[in-house]
Design a protein around this ligand. Structure first.
Ligand code: GLU
Length: 482
């Protein structure tokens, strides 16, 4: 039984772009829908000048993070150079490719200003022999059209006459992307080519190469089906920019987005499941995903929506899971993987994992990413709270009522029989009432003195967990600072 054979073929030229992550996912979904489906990773690393080994590692680790398991590979395209080279030679011997010794300047000069861009076919029939400055070009048909049957866009027609005789092998001997890619796709018997829209214009050239190879080798490999995924755009509806938009998948991982939330979000970029549930489990994605249902209009990569979805996923975790998943951010020393540049503000000996287990449910309700946790819970573990000066001035230093409230709170808190959230709440209400303050106003100076800022986990539960001694010390310390 044979199922779809798909491949994800990234070039290791930078961080793992969210668009690449989506291409990888859509390929993977197609493979996983069929028990006989095969998902291949092929790293297209033939551009030595732009490739870097750490970008290759980045691809492997991002794929592992996303859970996009492979059935074959990872392959390195550079390992197949001999096959690309012999494909080129075969095509040349069969008349599909010809040598061309034109320099760019010569081409420009011949064509003069304002001419149609592209090569003018000068060397087509000149019988140029191989030399040190000869490239190999493909002899494109001068008549007819090439129709790309695209599962997403329908039939897209390209007029052959407008496709230049493109370079297949550079004079340096480097086999270019189009042929390397087709040679490998034929070799791997790829059935569906699922990739970003920016490659649509390459498709007719690649189809020509594919069919030329079929004829020249006598090995009739059925043409793969194409599916070009819609462009990802930012809020201004402009193509995502590597420089200006947050496009690196690694950054999302390091900020503490959950892989399953990220995958869920990626799946919605150009496609939507039945029903209007936001959270779509992986099994549903696999079951419902159809390339035919992918839209061809640009998809907005909405970081706010992604973040919101991540918060939903975080809240859906059990408390134990939440603690476990937050480990790389709060206890990096005991985690196999650590996010980069995200050390917690405490030292290992200051951290108390039992206390954290009790604190975690308080923040689970309030964070949208795991990376937000450390700053929110730092006051539990640091000996000294770092007071945010603006908040301190606003609710304590420049506010006599705030100071009265702190004094009243110290007095009452010291006398509490039981140090628990309910008693702390009631005591605060009472001090507030004496001063004519709402509970919200009454909480602010206490929160500021104890936690350093005006936002954070629920106050009374936090005070309970922090304990009487430390809480009262901090209230006094804030008063003394005035
Ligand atoms: N190496 C190409 C890229 O990264 C792959 C294109 C394709 O999937 O055919 O864009």
């Amino acid at each position: 039984m044979s199922g779809p054979r798909v491949r994800f073929a990234p070039s290791p030229t930078g961080y793992f772009h969210v668009g690449s992550a989506r291409s990888a996912l859509f390929n993977w979904l197609v493979a996983r829908q069929d028990p006989a489906g095969v998902f291949i990773l092929r790293v297209e690393d033939t551009d030595a000048e732009r490739n870097r080994e750490d970008w290759v590692e980045g691809i492997y680790s991002a794929m592992a993070w996303l859970g996009l398991t492979l059935d074959e590979g990872p392959f390195r395209q550079s390992d197949n150079f001999a096959a690309h080279d012999s494909a080129a030679q075969l095509l040349r011997r069969s008349g599909y490719l010809y040598y061309c010794d034109c320099s760019l300047a010569q081409i420009e000069k011949r064509k003069g200003p304002g001419a149609t861009p592209g090569y003018d076919g000068y060397c087509r029939d000149r019988g140029v022999e191989r030399g040190t400055k000869t490239a190999l070009r493909f002899r494109t048909p001068q008549e007819g059209v090439t129709v790309v049957h695209d599962l997403i866009r329908g039939d897209v027609e390209f007029v052959n006459n407008l496709i230049e005789d493109f370079v297949v092998v550079r004079s340096s001997g480097i086999v270019l992307y189009a042929l390397a890619n087709v040679t490998d796709d034929r070799h791997d018997r790829i059935t569906h080519i699922i990739r970003g829209e920016e490659h649509l214009a390459n498709a007719p050239k690649q189809m020509m190469l594919w069919e030329a190879l079929n004829a020249a080798t006598g090995d009739e490999v059925p043409l793969a089906l194409y599916a070009h995924l819609p462009l990802l755009v930012n809020e201004q509806r402009k193509k995502l920019s590597k420089r200006k938009d947050p496009v690196a998948t690694e950054t999302y991982r390091d900020q503490g987005y959950l892989a399953e939330a990220f995958v869920n979000y990626l799946a919605l970029l150009g496609w939507s499941p039945r029903g209007d549930e936001e959270i779509v489990p992986l099994a549903t994605l696999i079951e419902q995903f159809r390339l035919e249902d992918v839209s061809h209009s640009p998809a907005f990569f909405d970081v706010k929506k992604l973040t919101h979805l991540n918060g939903e996923y975080l809240r859906a975790l059990s408390p134990d899971e939440f603690v476990e998943r937050s480990k790389p951010w709060v206890r990096p020393w005991s985690s196999a993987w650590q996010p980069s540049d995200r050390e917690p503000p405490w030292r290992e000996d200051q951290f108390d994992k039992y206390l954290y287990a009790r604190v975690a449910p308080l923040v689970q309700e309030r964070v949208a990413t795991l990376g937000e946790i450390p700053s929110m819970v730092a006051f539990f573990f640091l000996d000294l709270v770092e007071l945010d000066e603006a908040s301190f001035a606003k609710v304590i230093k420049d506010d006599p009522l705030g100071r009265d409230l702190l004094r009243g709170a110290v007095r009452r808190f010291e006398l509490l029989v039981s140090w628990d959230a309910v008693s702390l709440h009631d005591a605060t209400v009472e001090v507030g009432e004496e001063l004519g303050l709402t509970l919200r106003k009454a909480q602010a100076p206490i929160r500021c003195a104890v936690t350093g800022t005006l936002v954070g986990p629920p106050l009374f539960e936090s005070l309970e967990l922090l304990g009487r001694k430390k809480s009262i010390e901090r209230l006094r310390a804030a008063l003394e600072r005035v």
